[in-house]
Design a protein around this ligand. Sequence first.
Ligand SMILES: C[S@@+](CC[C@H](N)C(=O)[O-])C[C@H]1O[C@@H](n2cnc3c(N)ncnc32)[C@H](O)[C@@H]1O
Length: 200
Amino acid sequence: MFRNFIAWQFKKPTGLFGNFSSRVMIRGNSHRYSTLIKDMDIESGDKILEIGYGPGIGIQMITRLCLTCKVYGIDFSKLMFKKASSYNKPAIDQSKVQLFFGDYLKMPIDQNQYDKIFCLNVIYFWDELSKPLHKTHALLKSGGVFHIFMASANFLNEKKAPDTVFNKYSIEQVVDALTAAGFTQVEHYFNKGYYIKAKK
Ligand SMILES: C[S@@+](CC[C@H](N)C(=O)[O-])C[C@H]1O[C@@H](n2cnc3c(N)ncnc32)[C@H](O)[C@@H]1O
């Protein structure tokens, strides 16, 4: 019961415990963001979307790296929307960042919008992969790339992440679902978690 409650603070952080999970995410995920963002080969003028930005540190890293990029993000936690908005306020004021509060699964599809889309520690919370991956494919421009980081099922089991909240997808399941959604050149490597790259 308590474990489920804590797990929910990573799926959709709220209130005091959400502040705690936010601090854990900032501490634990900075190096993963650095690796994933390096892999993205960001180019000047890129239009980029992050799904599930949490406290917003990944978005801040990108705006520091690329002054001409436009970065968008969507997250369905009101608390994370507030934190990420405050964390990225200067870039939001300069119209370099636009953050949305809402459910990615319900976000309207605007075709061929983004050069890059990424998400870190989010796909466990999708109960099936087909809809979100087809949506991501549609949102990307032709030649656009989707980057994912996900922990392995072993790691999640070691951390006692409950199956009731976390869908512990295998790398094969994710690669197959990306291919079925129309992505080509699906590549991945393992470095304390899976870094996956899929091209439209
Ligand atoms: C485990 S946290 C990861 C946050 C951040 N990416 C990081 O790694 O530090 C998952 C985040 O995804 C968001 N999220 C999960 N499912 C979502 C959905 N369907 N639509 C929008 N945001 C979602 C949650 O609110 C939460 O902020």
